[in-house]
Ligand binder design. Structure first.
Ligand SMILES: [Zn+2]
Length: 281
């Protein structure tokens, strides 16, 4: 199948809202794990989103990622979405859209709300005219350094009604990367935002290391997209390391990558099952 358009992605999330499950979002860091994400989605018959952070997309290039992603989408029957994650700059979002991405996240969550809204609106206008899905964020989920703060229901409603954005990340106590101590998720906040915005898919960032029971609780509270990056990337890289250790350096590169992809896929299947999206494509 070809990559879903914005309308089709909206429909995919509408089904998830009706069915009470979430769509898995997995970050890729190279071509090998990008392929593993597409294969895992296909084998589990789930819609799946493969996402690149600016670190990945600046190193690999939007166009190259997009071309491969389109080929992967055509190989299967399940919806495959290529998403530009945490894009801080509207111009970068527009480059991703022009390169063929069907979904982008504009992240101006570190800015005051009015500024966040203006930046999101600019991207939404550009993206919707081209059939591309847009995610924004309220509250702030920190990246490494810096601090996070929770979203508020009023901010969430104001941002969505002012911009028409398709999906909304709400900061609710999670962090990016692995946790030093277990996060305390603000499930009540998710419930309240979901009640205020019943048709807007809500997104949980920082899924690596959140106990599966807490992720399921977040989904029961209204989360419809779960983002996992670090956990899958580290599993993939550890797979490369272990493959070299077991097979030796002279083994063909494709064998080493296939070993790491298989490891990454096991982790991705765990995320898919946590999301409850298996056989929902
Ligand atoms: Zn994130």
């Amino acid at each position: 199948m070809n990559m879903p358009t914005r309308e089709q992605i909206v429909e995919i999330f509408a089904k998830a809202i009706d069915g009470g499950y979430a769509i898995p979002h997995i970050n890729h860091s190279d071509y090998g794990d990008l392929i593993a994400i597409a294969e895992a989605g296909r084998e589990a018959a789930t819609p799946i989103m493969a996402a690149g952070t600016p670190m990945t997309t600046s190193a690999m290039g939007f166009k190259k990622i997009s071309v491969i992603a389109h080929l992967l989408a055509e190989e299967g029957d399940t919806p495959f979405i290529i998403h530009c994650d945490h894009c801080p700059d509207p111009e970068l979002c527009k480059q991703a859209i022009d390169a063929g991405y069907n979904s982008v996240m504009i992240d101006a969550s570190d800015k005051p709300l009015d500024e966040n809204i203006a930046i999101v609106k600019d991207v939404v206008d550009y993206a919707h005219a081209r059939g591309v899905f847009v995610e924004a964020e309220v509250g702030h989920v920190a990246h490494g350094e810096g601090s996070s703060w929770d979203a508020s229901v009023d901010e969430a409603v104001k941002l969505v009604s002012a911009t028409g954005v398709d999906a909304l990340a709400i900061a609710m106590g999670s962090e990016h990367g692995f946790y030093k101590e277990l996060p305390k998720l603000n499930f009540d906040l998710a419930v309240q935002v979901h009640e205020a915005l019943p048709n807007t898919p809500l997104v949980l960032h920082g899924g690596s290391g959140i106990p599966a029971a807490d992720v399921r609780h977040a989904i029961a509270s209204g989360i419809r997209k779960v983002n996992v990056g670090t956990d899958v990337r580290c599993t993939y890289v550890a797979g490369l390391r272990d493959a070299i250790a077991e097979m030796g350096i002279e083994r063909h590169t494709q064998d080493i990558i296939a070993f790491a992809q298989a490891r990454a896929k096991e982790k991705i299947f765990d995320v898919i099952d946590m999301c409850g999206s298996r056989n929902k494509a």
